[in-house]
Design a protein around this ligand. Structure first.
Ligand code: COA
Length: 330
């Protein structure tokens, strides 16, 4: 008989067990099972993590599945992973975890739900359909080999009088000094985005504490005394081949359309190749963000694979959730 533990915060034992499950799944699938930002939020007790559902089976000292419920500003996000050795049972384990997660959301007032799946298969379609979720947003993972051709900064900055080759003036992020204005630009540029918009100091601080964080690869461009845009890179050393990710790229709306986005992306690619010696770059972008997709395509990125959100709306009429093991950190 399977048991499902629903926890507002995972204790050290759960965290270790789920982290191991995530490693196993990543090894089997060749990609991460759960969104980085949301897992970090759960592991560090961040603002958006709402609950973790851990499925256990008698006779196994490891979880057979894990589902995470995160509360975004406008919607709920679900991430789900099933142990590769238990996937013969995925059509039972998956819907069980998701039903419990949706009940939890109903008890919290309901709302719009995204279930994020990396490289969806027909089993994911079936699991989602069984709990009433349908196909929604697609997220593209795009890649290009490095080095990439240098870009032109057509924005007239850095002393260029327009039209000529100009070096974009950049500097690394300074922890302890740049947080407030970075948050302002990020939230203005991504105000429409359900996950990347609406970051607060705590969300940013959690990312800056990550072992992979390197301020030298977090490039800022200032113009007219303001932060105009940035290109934040992240190196996946554990990937074969190592990947250099353009983690977050944005230009403040006051400076968009001036060529800065193109120049920042090129600078990030250049940094990944020259400073970190990487031969492959990668990024995630919403398939519907035509401006960003067009920019990346024009810089030689091609789609490597598609991740998918299954979506649905949950009424807030469900019974109150069973008491959780701890109170919410918020
Ligand atoms: C995507 C983004 C970084 C582009 O920055 P930008 O400085 O506005 O872009 P650029 O001026 O360098 O233009 C790059 C390309 O975008 C396209 N573009 C620019 N403005 C556009 C607009 N208003 N509408 C449609 N396409 C546009 C053009 O095709 C341009 O290519 P070109 O150089 O051949 O003309 C910026 O719009 C942004 O911060 N958006 C919000 C955050 C975001 O989506 N980030 C990427 C997520 S992965």
């Amino acid at each position: 008989m399977r048991t499902l533990e629903v926890k507002r915060q995972l204790d050290a034992h759960d965290l270790a067990a789920v982290a191991e499950l995530l490693v196993l799944a990543e090894r089997a699938d060749g990609h991460q099972a759960v969104d980085d930002h949301r897992w970090l939020d759960m592991a560090q007790g961040g603002r958006e993590s709402h609950a973790g559902l851990v499925a256990w089976e008698p006779g196994h000292h490891h979880p057979v599945g894990y589902t995470q419920v995160s509360r975004g500003r406008q919607s709920w996000a679900l991430d789900m992973v099933i142990d590769p050795h238990h996937r013969y049972d995925a059509l039972d384990i998956g819907p069980e975890m998701l039903r419990a997660a949706l009940e939890l959301i109903a008890g919290e007032g309901g709302g719009h739900v995204h279930l994020w799946v990396y490289q969806p298969t027909s089993a994911h379609d079936e699991i989602a359909a069984r709990v009433g979720l349908s196909r929604g947003r697609d997220l593209l993972q795009m890649r290009r080999p490095l080095p990439a051709p240098a870009a032109r900064d057509s924005g007239g900055g850095g002393g260029d009088d327009g039209g000529g080759e100009a070096e974009l003036v950049l500097r690394p992020f300074r922890p302890g000094q740049d947080e407030t204005r970075w948050l302002e630009v990020n939230n203005r540029a991504f105000r429409w985005h359900p996950e990347q918009g609406g970051w607060d100091a705590e969300t940013l601080a959690a990312h800056l504490r990550e072992p992979w964080f390197d301020p030298e690869g977090f490039l800022l461009h200032e113009r007219d005394g303001r932060l105009a845009g940035f290109c934040w890179t992240k190196v996946h050393d554990d990937h074969d081949p190592p990947l250099g990710e353009l983690y977050v790229v944005a230009v403040d709306p006051d400076f968009q359309g001036l060529g800065l986005g193109r120049a920042l992306v090129s600078a990030g690619l250049d940094w990944l190749h020259r400073a970190r010696g990487l031969a492959m770059a990668m990024l995630y972008v919403d398939a519907g963000d035509r401006r960003a997709v067009g920019l990346y395509e024009s810089l030689g990125f091609v789609v490597d694979h598609v991740d998918r959100a299954y979506v649905g709306d949950v009424d807030g009429t469900g019974p109150p959730p069973a008491p959780l093991n701890r109170s919410s950190p918020t």
